[in-house]
Design a protein. Structure first.
Length: 586
């Protein structure tokens, strides 16, 4: 059953942070920072165990105020022998608002400024935050502890720090401990302040050898454990070929080069972003559904990850806000039910009346709808350029070069509808869709101040042009602009603004998109060392960065950036699984 995210309520009991939801303190009165260093860092042999490592992964059950993370981050920063890249993954059912987090952290001797600057919007799902120029990666999962069963990672250390088993039994259940064992790297350790018999038994039953040690303060004992099973994974070769220098390929290059990979980028054109990624401007925004479907969850994860990436890359963009107007009364009802079902915060999405929508737009609009205040528009070519420039000398650009056959080694196909010509994806029917955008001069209409959608889109002026569109012509190979497509786009404009617009001096641009049957991207391993990053349809501006992070994380053996169900929804293998489920495969 769908559950909305309920933020933690900031309370204190005798000066100690206290959870009303669980009826327990976040730490003992004499605990706090020193106790966390003793139990979780020392209990897991840190910082010694990460010394000289390329990567170290910590998993925490119960992020709470984030003090465990902050003391770990402090230890990592101070350690000259630290690992090159620290991953910290944590689940939190009731995260604090930023304001409450700042109030809490002011009580402790911790440096939390960078965490505060990147604290995510409180919506369910995975949130990946990069600190220290990407050398520290915090992946927060807002939701119930049951999420642990849907994660893809290999943890070197576990911080078991939920509320007491008597107050929060679900956090310490045998099912959760079995899930943790599945996530454990060979030789992984675990530490907790709890020495409850049920916790000891659950750990031992899943392959951990346990040991009691001296506790901290009033807690005379604590528990440490070591995982005795597993085989180390081989190190990656750290070189790859990427085919396609549009948005999909540029994003993959940037994510791999950021991890120290050497990348050869092949592009048949003389310059990058010459096809759909060369559009004048496009919009980025999430969607919401009453049942919080996989599509809605995936667009939410991709939108939030991309927005953070845009801030870091600084292309030509504007998070001016996006209005998604309801097409009819039925859709308006669906929008309202979606917002209510998840209790979404207004800084992420909110329902607005027609009058409120018009106020956001700065011009009259034709219907009520949804307002996404963090969404907006971006110039795709500027994003591609920013991504490629970030790669530095690790990237070798091989433009004006057609790839006729798969090269050896790791290959990422990011060349849209051409990808399946180089590597077949079983049971995938990839469609080629022609999309024509119309460029309306700014002075030709009373232009909105934000992006407005309603079975089409109109962007605010970008360098004097309002982009309107787009046509959706399946299996249409015509690369020339057509008057009928412009006429259709002007009808969309009238449907959005509620008035006919017949401007002169129109321009237009045709691009081709690769679309999968389920409208979700193809992102991940196809076969052997061949990976796919294509099939983005009209949502490449939000799919590209998350898909690239997924592929780079998978190649590196790092924690994946989303829940397993969402990863599977993007997998190139999903089409074969569905065919087998329908009895179409042996």
């Amino acid at each position: 059953m769908l559950e909305p995210l309920v933020p933690a309520t900031l309370n204190f009991r005798e000066g100690t942070p206290y959870s009303e939801q669980f009826g327990d303190v976040y730490h003992n009165a004499n605990g706090g920072i020193p106790k966390k260093r003793h139990v979780f860092l020392a209990g897991n042999g840190l910082p010694q165990r990460w010394a000289g490592r390329e990567r170290f992964v910590i998993f925490e059950t119960g992020f709470g105020p984030g003090l465990n993370f902050l003391v770990t981050l402090e230890a990592w920063r101070r350690d000259p022998a630290r690992c090159a890249r620290l991953h910290y993954v944590a689940i939190e059912k009731h995260p604090f608002t930023l304001a409450d987090l700042q109030t809490l952290h002011a009580r402790y001797d911790v440096d939390a400024a960078e965490l505060h600057a990147r604290w995510p919007t409180l919506v369910p799902g995975a949130h990946r935050i990069e600190l220290d120029r990407g050398k520290v990666v915090l992946t927060l999962l807002f939701g119930d502890i049951a999420l642990v069963r849907d994660l893809r990672l290999s943890a070197d250390a576990f911080y078991l720090d939920g509320f007491s088993p008597a107050k929060n039994a679900d956090m310490w259940s045998p099912q959760v401990m079995r899930a943790l064992a599945r996530l454990a790297a060979p030789g992984a350790t675990a530490a907790t302040w709890s020495v409850a018999g049920s916790v000891r038994a659950a750990l031992e039953a899943t392959g951990f050898a346990i040991e009691k040690r001296q506790g901290y303060g009033e807690k005379k004992e604590m528990l440490v454990a070591r995982y005795l099973k597993g085989t180390p994974a081989p190190a990656p070769k750290r070189s790859a070929t990427v085919v396609g220098a549009g948005l999909a390929g540029a994003a993959v290059c940037e994510r791999l080069c950021a991890r120290g990979w050497e990348v050869d980028l092949y592009e048949r054109h003389a310059e990058p972003a010459q096809e759909a990624s060369g559009n004048h401007a496009g919009t980025f925004h999430p969607i919401v559904t009453p049942d919080d479907s996989v599509f809605a969850r995936l667009t939410r994860a991709a939108f939030l990850y991309s927005a953070a990436g845009f801030k870091a890359l600084n292309p030509r963009w504007d998070p001016c806000g996006v209005l998604q107007l309801a097409r009819d009364a039925r859709e308006e009802d669906s929008q309202r039910r979606a917002i209510a079902a998840l209790a979404l915060p207004p800084d992420y999405a909110q329902c607005v009346s027609r009058e409120e929508a018009s106020k956001h737009a700065g011009v009259p609009v034709s219907a009520p709808g949804l307002w996404f205040p963090q969404a907006g528009w971006i110039k795709p070519r500027s994003l591609v350029q920013a991504l490629l420039e970030s790669c530095g000398a690790r990237l070798k650009r091989r433009f004006s070069t057609e790839v006729g056959a798969l090269p050896a080694g790791t290959v990422v196909l990011a060349n849209g509808h051409e990808a399946t010509k180089l590597q077949r994806v079983p049971d995938l029917r990839l469609r080629k869709v022609r999309g024509q955008l119309t460029h309306v001069p700014q002075e030709a209409l009373d232009a909105p101040h934000v992006v407005v959608l309603r079975a089409g889109m109109v962007l605010p002026p970008v360098e004097g042009i309002c982009v309107v569109g787009a046509s959706y012509d399946i299996d249409d190979e015509d690369a020339n602009s057509r008057a009928e497509s412009d006429a259709g786009n002007l009808q969309r404009l009238a449907h959005i603004l509620g008035a006919d617009v017949r401007p002169a001096g129109l321009g237009s641009r045709v691009g081709f998109r690769a679309v999968t049957p389920d409208r979700l991207p193809v992102a991940g391993r196809i076969e052997g060392e061949v990976y796919g990053a294509f099939g983005y349809g009209s949502r490449g501006l939000i799919w590209a960065l998350l898909a690239a992070e997924l592929i780079a994380s998978e190649l590196e053996g790092e924690p994946l950036p989303a829940e397993g169900k969402l990863i599977d929804a993007m997998s190139p293998l999903r089409f074969t699984r569905r065919a087998a489920a329908r009895g179409l495969r042996p």
